[in-house]
Design a protein around this ligand. Structure first.
Ligand SMILES: [Zn+2]
Length: 470
């Protein structure tokens, strides 16, 4: 059984940082603040950001902010160190944690039937779920993922365990159980639409019980995709959404050719998937549409008008089955919300840095195939998708995603230089990041981290002001 618990106390001590802070203001604007003084209050919120602050002014700012100077904890960041916002993973299947990287050569529907459903079935055992989910969530935090939108298995109890674990470990999360009452093996299918809906409502109640204000963990309706849901089930989910304006929704959307063809056969009366999901009341500003590869022109306008966000999962869409390139440039051009998803376990990596690098590769391919009409993503755009863009997709950009006074402090402390090795050999990078040289600018160091750094460079992970990386 899932445990009965409440939100752990999130108050801590106030803390301040002095040094380089890097974040996105929007998709086109990267802000690099040097000599930045940033105070996090004891509620884990950003109390003050003072740009271009000489070190001699710090004590004055501490006093102005209501604290006692000299004893107030200020962390001074060295050269090669900086703060960035925490990464947001907008699409992740927690019960596929143990199958990442498996089944590369198969189409989507074959991969689900041959590899995935058998793995997800194991989560009928809540004890197994607890072990596997604990490892999965801890690994995400280690990689600097401060918010994740999780698909659970179809099991209500195991998915409650996933919500419990996110709360225990302190990760910000959306947690949903997959709805699926047809077109999967009989040993991995819900008995009926009513049963699926009942378990969904039960999960929502559990998540809201353990975190009543939704400070860390929130429920999300998760029709796996229309193929596995009959009309009664989709209608029932739409009813839940209509009666619960706070509920989030996530599903797979125009992901692969075989999936789209099968969906058309099952729902011939709908023009396309946007029409279908909208008919059942499942498209809105709190909807996360994973993949969104092959949209028709009016489908793009449709999801834009509904305010839906897109979880771009470049690793799974270029390694599973055929190579698929979502039109991310077009979505950004139209002001549609886009974030990055690892799509564990279709995606082999739970690192948003890896997802971002693959997004660069896919966008480069798209630039070539479009003969330059869709320019490749720039570095600052990839970083935006990994942070603020993801927060927008999840509808939490008012609270996190970048550094603004009043927002919660979800942040990563990045170190790129290993001081000891640097003294020994003169180019002592921390981990495998490209060596930092004496004349490197902050911009260069930032790019070296984004393109070649890994979790060894993420030395601290703060969620709501608490340091969580162990
Ligand atoms: Zn997926």
């Amino acid at each position: 059984m899932a445990s009965e618990q409440t939100v752990p106390p999130m108050r801590g001590l106030p803390i301040a940082f002095y040094g380089t802070v890097i974040h996105s203001l929007d998709a086109n604007t990267l802000e690099i603040l040097q000599e930045c003084f940033l105070i996090v209050d004891d509620n884990g919120k950003i109390q003050k950001i003072a740009k271009d602050t000489p070190r001699s002014k710090i004590n004055d700012l501490v006093v102005e902010s209501g604290y006692t100077p000299d004893v107030f904890p200020v962390k001074y960041l060295s050269r090669g160190d900086f703060l960035i916002p925490g990464f947001v993973d907008t699409h992740h299947h927690a019960p596929q944690w143990a199958q990442r990287g498996m089944g590369r050569d198969q189409t989507l529907l074959d991969w689900l039937n041959n590899v995935t459903f058998a793995h997800e079935r194991k989560f009928e055992d809540p004890a197994y779920a607890r072990r596997m989910y604990a490892a999965c969530v801890a690994a995400g935090i280690r990689q600097g993922v401060t918010t994740t939108a999780y698909y659970g298995s179809l099991h209500g109890e195991a998915t409650k365990v996933l919500a419990d674990i996110c709360l225990e470990q302190g990760q910000r999360a959306f947690v949903g159980k997959c709805n699926m009452n047809r077109n999967s093996p009989d040993w991995y299918r819900e008995a009926s639409a009513q049963d699926s809906l009942k378990q969904t409502e039960d999960l929502i109640a559990h998540v809201r019980k353990i975190d009543a204000e939704g400070k860390r963990v929130k429920p999300v309706l998760t029709p796996r995709f229309a193929i596995t849901c009959d009309e009664e089930l989709l209608s029932g989910l739409g009813r839940i959404a209509a009666n619960d304006p706070d509920i989030h929704i996530q599903t797979h959307f125009n992901e692969a050719q075989d999936e789209m063809q099968f969906t058309r056969q099952l729902f011939p009366k709908f023009k396309h998937e946007a029409d279908l999901y909208d008919h059942f009341g499942l498209l809105g500003p709190k909807t996360i549409l994973a993949h969104s590869i092959f949209l028709e022109e009016d489908e793009i306008s449709h999801i834009k008008s509904k305010g839906c966000g897109i979880a771009h999962c470049p690793i799974s869409t270029s390694t599973l089955g055929e190579f698929m390139m979502a039109p991310i440039r077009e979505y950004l051009r139209r002001g549609i919300k886009v974030g990055l998803g690892t799509d564990v376990g279709g995606g082999f990596s739970c690192s948003i840095l890896d997802a971002m690098r693959q997004a660069f590769i896919i966008s480069k391919a798209r630039e070539t195939f479009s003969k330059g009409a869709d320019p490749a993503l720039k570095l600052h755009e990839g970083f935006f998708l990994a942070t603020l863009g993801g927060a927008q997709v999840c509808g939490i950009d008012e609270r996190v995603g970048n550094f603004v006074e009043g927002k919660e402090f979800d942040a990563l402390e990045i170190h790129t230089i290993d001081a000891e090795r640097n003294n020994e050999i003169g180019c002592g990078s921390l981990g495998i990041v490209t060596p930092i040289e004496d004349d490197d600018s902050v911009e260069t160091i930032f790019e070296k981290f984004l393109m070649t750094g890994d979790d060894r460079n993420i030395v601290k992970v703060y969620i709501g002001g608490s340091s969580l990386k162990r």
